[in-house]
Design a protein around this ligand. Structure first.
Ligand SMILES: NC(=O)C1=CN([C@@H]2O[C@H](COP(=O)(O)OP(=O)(O)OC[C@H]3O[C@@H](n4cnc5c(N)ncnc54)[C@H](OP(=O)(O)O)[C@@H]3O)[C@@H](O)[C@H]2O)C=CC1
Ligand SMILES: CCCCC/C=C\CC(=O)/C=C/C=C/C=C/[C@@H](O)CCCC(=O)O
Length: 329
């Protein structure tokens, strides 16, 4: 008999999540039936979407939603071998039983030397968000100027590096000087700390006096209001996330975007990465190749211990992560 530890949403978040909103529970798992397998989580992901998702789609007492890299420890399913690592969407749990239908194997050519946690980051959902968001939503072209915020995070750091690979000038903003130094190290042309600049408007203008063709927006709110005025005519804005609004108890009000959108003939499109589920393999293979070739660098903020998942989640929302925030069980 295996006992799984799980993190439950004890109380719906009000404003910023608190440790007391979570409960750690123990669940005894039953013996496997034919066709089932037992998995243990090795790495788990904390992602910004968990905050708005919990509000809309979860009840108090539900296990937190989330993705993990897990190892098969027992199998009564001939399609799955013990010892194999997969990506699962089983929430914040140390162990779980699956019928195998929702599991995704890591790419078969995954090198031994490469941390499997990257399947939750650059070679996983966040990396593909950058890949498809830039290619299919921003439709950026070589020679254009791309702006990305939350640039030192899981998605933003990949956006900047892909835009460089595809021949663009890249401007990134992040919330600490260490993050800004990291952006320069990984090839951003311009980077600044949005928390310490005297004027965001001036900092954006200084970084690209001619304006921006593409804006990959991870932040929303006031940042978007300022940045939209610096788009070039026919510019494209990919609305990827709005993390500056996820913890608001009272929704923010305008200013509104219509006037700059009309005058500059802009396109603004929201997207969810799962739109490209049918191209997941293409995206993963491309990211894996570029990581192995050293063209895309990865940084992870690894928190040790399943017990520390709420702290890692809260820390990520506060900006304590450089690169992808993951938990090592
Ligand atoms: N549309 C889609 O399919 C997807 C969307 N997303 C979205 O992309 C964005 C980035 O996600 P991800 O890369 O995983 O997370 P990150 O790794 O970037 O971590 C979140 C970062 O957001 C920044 N942040 C937090 N609060 C604020 C704020 N008030 N203003 C500005 N920045 C803030 C912090 O960085 P800093 O120190 O710079 O402030 C923090 O490190 C999120 O909005 C997320 O919801 C992610 C995946 C898929
Ligand atoms: C799915 C929740 C949507 C909430 C929207 C809020 C903010 C935008 C955002 O952050 C969206 C994230 C979407 C993530 C989707 C993930 C799934 O497709 C699971 C991927 C599993 C995997 O890693 O393979």
């Amino acid at each position: 008999m295996v006992t799984a530890k799980v993190w439950v949403l004890k109380k719906h978040f009000e404003g910023f999540p608190k440790s007391s909103d979570f409960d750690l529970k123990h669940i005894e798992l039953p013996n496997l039936k034919d066709g089932e397998l037992l998995l243990e989580s090795v790495f788990l992901s904390v992602d910004p979407y968990m905050r708005p998702y919990s509000q809309r789609n979860m009840k108090e007492g539900d296990i937190m939603i989330g993705t993990q890299v897990a190892r098969i420890v027992e199998s009564k399913n001939p399609d799955f071998t013990v010892g194999v690592f997969v990506v699962a969407r089983s929430g914040w749990r140390t162990h779980f039983i699956s019928d195998g239908k929702d599991l995704r194997a890591l790419p078969p050519n995954w090198p031994e030397s490469l941390p499997r946690s990257l399947a939750l980051g650059t070679i996983g959902m966040p990396g593909l968000t950058a890949y498809f968001g830039l290619l299919e939503v921003c439709k950026m072209k070589s020679g254009e100027t791309v702006l990305v915020n939350a640039a030192a995070g899981a998605v933003g750091s990949v956006v900047g590096q892909l835009a460089k690979i595809w021949g663009c000038k890249v401007v990134g903003c992040a919330g600490s000087d260490d993050k800004v130094a990291y952006l320069k190290k990984i090839g951003f042309d311009e980077a600044f700390n949005y928390k310490t600049v005297a004027s965001l408007d001036e900092a954006l203008r200084k970084a690209s006096p001619d304006g921006y063709d593409c804006f990959f927006d991870n932040v929303g709110g006031e940042f978007t209001t300022v940045a939209i005025n610096q788009m070039k005519t026919y510019g494209r804005i990919a609305l990827c996330g709005a993390i500056s609004q996820y913890n608001d108890s009272v929704p923010q009000k305008g200013p509104y975007v219509q006037m700059p959108m009309i005058f500059k003939e802009l396109q603004m499109e929201g997207f969810i990465v799962s739109r490209w589920n049918n191209r997941w393999e293409e995206g993963l293979n491309t990211m894996l190749k570029w990581v192995m070739e050293g063209k895309v660098k990865c940084h992870e903020q690894v928190t040790e211990g399943f017990e520390n998942m709420p702290a890692a989640f809260i820390g990520m929302l506060k900006g304590e992560n450089l690169g992808k925030a993951v938990i090592k069980v």
